[in-house]
Design a protein around this ligand. Structure first.
Ligand code: TUI
Length: 298
């Protein structure tokens, strides 16, 4: 959610009853510092920051976050094990995103507070397993709380992952079209127009597969991958493409990272309303089940 989940969206999510997360991606530390200070002005509620561990700025950003004492740090695209003690000493909860059971177990041993199990339905950097298969495997492998991500859009999907043993959900794509989200309007329009098969995973042979909405850039990647272009060349083509889409609004030559539930987003809604819709939808389904309205016996 780098360049998408800025201070405005994170604060609106926290104000709306969720835990807003600022995405830092590959942004320079100065940009993130500004965002954290802005979020503190916009809300008194707890919020967090996601640190993308492949970023050259990851370590500096983590040191800054320890000084600023944000409530929560989530991490993506790597193993944050060596930073856990520093963040805990600052009173920060550490919740890494994982896409495999092996890393989940390793991180539990490092003392992290919870895990986000993210299936390959999600946007951006993806693993190999779907949410449906990954979440119960991680729930069975660890004793710390598991938050499910990837493919969560509404009360139905939230109820489904709670059934799999998750204790909460992380949602990105639906919040791209939150009223408070500062992403470029052309990106919001593209998400709203998208259909079920409009996302694709590119970059598998760079070792960093990412799910994006299909556009000219994605098609270029697919062509180059077809002729086995070396990973380094593809990496070069990808530099700066996320910001180009999300901030500049170039939805043809930029990288429009979004999850498979993009197809379900049909309009702009305030973040607080999105949260209420998801929670009340899940509550209704679960109440119906416990009241016997869903009867599995013949
Ligand atoms: O991180 C994400 N989503 C992202 S990061 C990103 S920017 C990017 N830039 C260059 C190359 C690739 C991506 C866009 N979207 N989501 C969380 C996530 N983390 N999903 C999967 C993982 C993950 C994958 C492997 C976490 C850990 C991991 O293992 C590393 C290890 O050491 O075993």
């Amino acid at each position: 959610m780098a360049w998408v989940s800025t201070a405005e969206l994170a604060a609106a999510v926290s104000e709306g009853g969720g835990l807003g997360i600022i995405g830092s991606g590959q942004a320079p530390p100065e940009w993130l510092m500004e965002q954290v200070l802005k979020a503190k002005e916009l809300t008194d509620k707890p919020f967090g920051v996601n640190v993308m561990l492949l970023s050259p700025h990851a370590e500096n950003i983590l040191r800054f976050l320890a000084e600023e004492k944000v409530s929560v740090v989530t991490t993506g695209a790597g193993n944050p094990g060596k930073y856990v003690n520093m963040l805990h000493d600052a009173g920060i909860k550490v919740i890494p995103v994982v896409s495999s059971v092996a890393l989940a177990k390793r991180l539990e041993r490092s003392g992290v507070d919870a895990l986000i199990a993210e299936g390959m339905e999600s946007g951006g950097h993806v693993g190999e397993l779907t949410t449906m298969a990954l979440v119960p495997q991680i729930v069975d492998a660890v004793t710390i709380p598991v938050i499910a991500a990837g493919g969560i859009y509404d009360g139905r999907s939230m109820a489904a992952v709670l059934m799999l043993g998750a204790q909460g959900v992380q949602m990105g794509t639906r919040f791209m079209c939150a009223a408070e989200c500062t992403v470029h309007n052309r990106v919001k329009e593209m998400v709203i127009k998208s259909k079920d098969r409009d996302t694709v995973v590119t970059g598998r042979n760079t070792g960093h597969p990412v799910r994006v909405l299909k556009n000219k850039l994605a098609r270029k990647f697919m062509e180059l991958e077809e002729i086995c272009t070396p990973g380094e060349e593809l990496e070069k083509l990808g530099v700066g493409r996320l910001r180009l889409a999300m901030v500049e609004g170039d939805v043809e030559m930029g990288s429009v990272m979004a999850g498979q539930v993009s197809a379900m987003v049909s309009g702009i809604q305030p973040a607080g309303l999105i949260i209420r819709d998801v929670i009340s939808g899940a509550e209704k389904i679960i109440t119906d089940i416990y009241n016997g309205k869903v009867n599995l016996q013949q």
